[in-house]
Ligand binder design. Sequence first.
Ligand code: ADP
Ligand code: MG
Length: 444
Amino acid sequence: MSKNLLPGMQCIARFDHTKPKPQELTFRKGDLITIVSACENKGWYQAHHHASGDVGIISGSALRERPPIKAKPQLSLMPWFHGAITGPQAVQELQPPKDGLFLVRESIRYPGDYVLCVCYGGEVIHYRIEYQDGTLSVDCSKKFSNLIDMIEYYSTCQGVLCSKLLNPKHKQGIKSAEEVLSKAGWLLSFQHLTLGKKIGEGEFGDVMQGEYLGCPVAIKNIKCDATAQNFLAETATMTKLQHKNLVTLKGVVLHNGLYLVMELLAKGNLVNYLRSRGRSIVPPQQLRFSLDVAEGMAYLEEKRLVHRDLAARNILLSENDDAKISDFGLSKSQLQLEDLSRLPIKWTAPEALHDKKFSSLSDVWSFGVLLWEVYSYGRSPYPKMSIKKAVEALKQGYRMESPENCPPVMYSLMRDCWMEEPEKRPTFKKIKEKLEKMLRESEF
Ligand code: ADP
Ligand code: MG
């Protein structure tokens, strides 16, 4: 890798290096390595070797960037889960029945229960997994809150089973998330993770501050297995994106569900910042926040990715007041559509709300609302209007008024973002150019 490597960057070793000189790291091809700092000797770095925990020096030429995770084939935290197949079909899947080969299926006879099918002595043994009062168990004595925990337990401990679970039989077309993430260098280890205090609340779990190999990080833990599964898609998206105005993913830890390990943005989210500092924030700062977000969005637009939840609460601020877009939970390739029940109505464009037409241009509408938030110091949009009333008013052509003391050019940009017809709204590329021009002119 010829470009400069920065502290905290995750890289993969390109070859084996097993006879190190003093202070050099020993590593093997494919090993995950984190940059600690640049050495005085150009092109050399102080780095942390994950597998051994050693710190030593390494040449940048021995390292390459991690490849992004592909969305297809589908990744699963439960590749051994085959859904509703019958007993005989399960036996078919498990040929030849080597000891410890297993899969889990949904019970057809007892809906809601599962069946664990394990090979032993040339046979397949079917254990009914009973679901009762929110817990799962095969023998009533040992209970689990989800299938992942159960499989993890019986992989190391035979318990009442005929054999330990040694070898998962993957469902066809499904790849193990653990294998794929690990091979591509995105799987971090739980041992190197230190959890600190809670810094935020997400919809699916708390966000904590912490450290990974001594680097400050933000950590989102998703405990429920089904939700964690959905978050894998978010993860795959995040591995593809690198931009100074997007929150970067450092990697994931598979333990107790899923941990997303992200760069830590020390100043938290933009709404809280706007609300707490209020009018002490100077106009050039408001303009810089707006431009940062527009730059990040122009990058997403170019990648044909729709965010769908652009709002000041999903913008995070670094120590130096750089604004970065977070929360790709709802972002999807422009061609896909799904669950609409959890939309942030007051930020969503009419065509997206009523006709499910999401696009970068519906993100532009949300950006207009975000601008309004920035210039009104974090007020909630459509103040004093219920959601229903706001939706009705918008249909009649109503638009929010200009925030107090907002520059007219900025309000005019908001109105352009709120054009009824998406095609009449500016693209993020245009918005970015416009804001850059405004910033240049304000500096004279
Ligand atoms: P959700 O996807 O459930 O909306 P978010 O990712 O928006 O969760 O996180 C919720 C809150 O946690 C944010 O508003 C912010 O205050 C805090 N937070 C999230 N990620 C980070 C981060 N990387 N650095 C600092 N704070 C963060
Ligand atoms: Mg959020």
